[in-house]
Design a protein around this ligand. Structure first.
Ligand SMILES: [Fe+2]
Length: 394
């Protein structure tokens, strides 16, 4: 076993009713909070009012931005930071899915630096080495989806509106101070969002398990997250408004998926590296962008670690005790295909709006913004390999 390390600096509150904890703890982070809420839905569902009421009960003043759209853009973050500063806020609260949480992290980060645009910190920007980063303002994440795992990572992802890259910014100081994972807030998620977020959970766990940087800590959490997704995602898609148990375990699977790609020090692989560029070009829901890539990726890599891929095949519910590790590992592409079909995610890149002429710029973007993630893969991916994978996923 190789040596490994992990840190979990975030305080997590997990389970039904944990939103109420906000009333007890918010005052520790300052006198005024900026809530960064997902557009329309947080107000419509009454979550924004509930959070405001809890903050007021804690004696915390509130400023609100509630126009956070999917796939946050650099120009929006820059504008929101100005508002954070003009309102004299002390901390941010992300309320919504990954985009709201990432926005809260990005604002808290950028507001603490010495001016400039968030674009300066994105891949290729003049401060993208993140040297001399100042301590960001505190962040509280309240996740309302079982998806990105952002409440448990040191990453935020922002779309660069000039070149359409969708890079992540990661730094140890970007871990949220507090994350509240209350499945009650997920009960009303529509089936389509439950699906696209839930499949992202599966990819986080699965990719972290087969990454070069996987370790015993992340392996244990990843396999458990996969087990829970296999058991509960279908139920959450079919009957998410009623099935409290399915929502509860998908919420926990999501947080474990975040831990394994973040502070557990494993990471995602080429599937996410290539998926991000699909999202940058098409604005497709993040979780779906990995689906077309998964089977061709596994076809290329399954023999790189037969024990791991055999375990994945079993975790996906395929194979039997009579099969060797080699046979089980070789079956992994078929098992992956079956899983995607089971969850209604067996789609092509064309289904997401990708056209042939996008493959070149997407490939450029992978190497510019996601090279580190690409290199977590168990096999080496050069430019020709990336293009070939994209073509197979069309
Ligand atoms: Fe993801």
């Amino acid at each position: 076993m190789n040596t490994f390390d992990f840190t979990l600096p975030t305080k997590f509150y997990v389970g039904y009713g944990q939103l109420e904890k906000l009333k007890e703890i918010a005052g520790e982070y300052g006198k005024k909070a900026m809530i960064c809420a997902a557009k329309d839905t947080m107000r419509q569902l009454g979550f924004l009012d509930r959070v405001k009421t809890l903050l007021e009960a804690a004696g915390v003043e509130v400023a609100v931005i509630d126009d956070v759209e999917p796939n946050p853009r650099d120009i929006d973050i820059d504008r929101q930071v100005e508002y954070f500063q003009s309102e004299g806020c002390d901390f941010t609260i992300g309320l919504g899915g990954g985009s709201a949480l990432d926005t809260a992290k990005a604002i808290a980060f950028l507001a603490a630096q010495n001016g400039g645009s968030v674009r300066d910190y994105l891949a290729g920007g003049k401060k993208s080495d993140l040297a001399d980063v100042k301590q960001p303002y505190p962040v509280i994440c309240i996740t309302t989806t079982a998806g990105t795992g952002s409440e448990a990572t040191k990453w935020f992802v922002v779309t660069n509106t000039i070149n359409h890259d969708k890079p992540g910014v990661g730094h140890d100081l970007l871990m949220p101070s507090v994350s509240i994972v209350d499945p009650e807030l997920m009960m009303s998620l529509p089936a389509q969002i439950t699906r696209s977020c839930g499949i992202d959970v599966l990819f986080h766990a699965m990719e972290a398990y087969i990454a070069t940087c996987a370790n015993p800590f992340t392996d244990a959490l990843a396999l458990e997250a996969i087990r829970l997704v296999m058991k509960y995602l279908g139920r959450a898609i079919e009957n998410g408004k009623e099935d409290k148990e399915a929502r509860e375990y998908m919420a926990w699977a999501n947080t474990m998926g975040g831990i394994v790609i973040g502070e557990g020090n494993s990471g995602t692989v080429a599937i996410h590296a290539l998926g991000h560029s699909i999202g940058g070009q098409t604005n497709a829901p993040h979780g779906l962008t990995m689906c077309p890539l998964a089977v061709p990726y596994i076809e290329k890599t399954w023999d790189a670690d037969e024990e791991k891929y055999a375990a994945l095949t079993r975790a996906f519910g395929y194979g039997d005790d009579s099969m060797s590790e080699h046979e089980l590992a070789a079956m992994c592409p078929q098992a992956m295909k079956g899983v995607l079909q089971k969850f209604g995610c067996d789609i092509t890149m064309r289904d997401l709006g990708v056209t042939e002429d996008m493959i070149e710029p997407m490939t450029d973007s992978v190497f510019k913004t996601m090279a580190g993630v690409l290199n977590n893969s168990l096999k080496k991916f050069d430019r020709e390999d990336v293009i070939e994978l994209y073509k197979k996923a069309m």
